[in-house]
Design a protein around this ligand. Sequence first.
Ligand SMILES: [Zn+2]
Length: 190
Amino acid sequence: MNGDNNGTQSGDGSVNIGIGDFRGATLNLGNGGKPAFTPEQMAIKRSSVLGGASIKAGTLSVFGIVTGIASIVGLYFTLFQPFSQPRHSSWYALFMFLFMLGTFSFVVAAVLRRKRFEPFLLRKYYLEAGTRDGIYLSSFTATCPWCRSKMRLRNIGPKNGPRDDRFICERNPRQHTIDLDPTLLPEIEE
Ligand SMILES: [Zn+2]
């Protein structure tokens, strides 16, 4: 009896694998029920902020580590030296600021090496990694495929929740929106 059951189940298994493959293909094409557009069809335009200035991820990483360690040493002497000023002096604030700056720099360098694209400022400026370890600040516009108006890329969503990078049409901002897949953007050649 057991042998018969096993035979039937293996047959079902092969059908299930087929359905799984089909669903995967649909997800790739569907884009959440909306038509998918290529960057060329949308005429996506990257604008370099700061005149295209860049910093190497390696430099940023080292800066983060050095600043972090220096600020910890500074904090130690600020907090524990017996003949120093009151604990919460402006030195304390300065070293705390440097510590956060160092940590932030280190994390940004690590994240960009992995993701190559990360929202950075005011929900409209993005940090991007170039082909040779450079980090750039960019903003993006596109042409709306439905009405040919200008679109701007915005980082949309709740403050602490999941956020999307979405092109939003200036003429019909509610209906003409396209989620960006940043892996489709052209590389920044260095
Ligand atoms: Zn539009």
